[in-house]
Write a protein that binds this ligand. Structure first.
Ligand code: SF4
Length: 343
């Protein structure tokens, strides 16, 4: 793994791209599944050092969608032909757990879509409630498997609780969720060995969904302010490193759903997402958040695709997939096929 992670020669990398593409085709097929992303709130009580939604960022205007707006966005995802809707937010105490459960029930009843939640570190009781309401999957990125670096960028929560997302992913699995996680590449202080450790951790957790993306510094965060030129031994937060991590992720977790992320499109709008799909990825997450909220979900600056509405994103992505000869997946595109989900 270290050999591939440190390789930069374009010719010598060709076999890695080819093998990741072959394994992707063989294990999850040609179809690219589209997940409609709804950023339901940008409130957050946490202080993750890299994140533009952190509570201390008082300059950011905050929003919380209404339940009707969230269900309406899920309906739009259904209308566009997506098989899954992803409800994502910071850790927002403004939502009561029962309100989230109600939204999940309404979405399931009205659209039948697979529902993925990405709502941060919550309690097992909340996760259980949402699972019982019909939520199928949970995303919780651990960002790095290096424990010291992890602790540095994930300070304790408002009640002093320590963060341990890897342990939480195991709890989520035990509750019957498909589990998803992921990491950032090029975090200040990260090493190539850390990235190899991340890949090992993906394998150990047997993740169903894995997102890997470049660290894009936000100037109004502690880590963004600390970010300088990569020090020797630190992997660069660039496109090539991200493609290498996507390809290796496919090889260590062949059946996983792997998105070609908006962060990749942010680095290279023309080709980033397409190259990700040709180097191991099989998922794209078009945004269906109402346009008036998109720019406010500012985890990092200059995010791609924040001025287009849901219909424009749908049209654009379908065109891009057609151009590289990849069909759009039908149904929920589960990594653990469940007869109820795939019917
Ligand atoms: S990463 Fe998530 S939990 Fe941490 S500050 Fe950002 S939105 Fe909040």
């Amino acid at each position: 793994m270290l050999g591939w992670l440190t390789e930069t020669d374009a010719d010598r990398l060709q076999p890695l791209w080819a093998e990741a593409d072959r394994v992707r085709r063989e294990r999850v097929g040609e179809a690219v599944h589209l997940r409609g992303l709804v950023e339901i709130s940008n409130y957050c009580v946490r202080r993750c050092a890299y994140c533009g939604l952190r509570v201390e960022r008082t300059a950011l205007a905050r929003y919380r969608m209404t339940a009707d707006e969230v269900v309406g966005s899920a309906r739009a995802a259904f209308k566009f032909g997506y098989g899954t809707v992803v409800l994502q937010a910071g850790e927002d105490p403004g939502w009561r757990a029962e309100e989230i459960a109600d939204m999940v029930r309404r979405i399931k009843a009205e659209t039948g879509l697979a529902v993925t939640l990405s709502l941060g570190e919550q309690t097992p009781a909340e996760w259980k409630l949402w699972r019982a309401a019909g939520a199928d999957r949970y995303l919780l990125r651990f960002e790095t498997s290096n424990r010291a670096l992890y602790d540095l960028i994930h300070p304790a929560g408002p009640t002093g609780q320590l963060s341990d997302r890897i342990a939480m992913l195991r709890d989520l699995r035990a509750l019957g969720y498909e589990i998803g996680s992921g990491v950032m590449i090029g975090i200040p202080g990260q090493t190539y060995a850390d990235l190899a450790g991340d890949l090992e951790t993906f394998r150990e957790l047997d993740l169903d969904m894995i997102g890997v993306g470049p660290f894009i510094p936000h100037p109004d965060t502690p880590l963004g302010q600390a970010a300088t030129e990569p020090v020797p031994g630190q992997p660069p937060a660039d496109e090539l490193m991200t493609f290498k991590m996507i390809a290796l992720t496919r090889l260590v977790c062949p059946r996983a759903n792997i998105p070609s992320t908006t962060a990749l499109a942010t680095l290279n709008l023309e080709q980033g997402r397409e190259l990700g799909l040709q180097r191991g990825a099989n998922i794209v997450m078009p945004n269906v958040t109402p346009l008036q909220y998109r720019a406010l979900y500012e985890i990092y600056p200059d995010k791609a695709c924040i001025r287009e509405d849901g219909a424009q994103c749908n049209f654009c992505l379908r065109g891009r997939l057609a151009a590289i000869g990849r069909p759009v997946g039908r149904g929920p595109g589960s990594a653990r096929p469940d007869p109820k989900l795939t019917a």
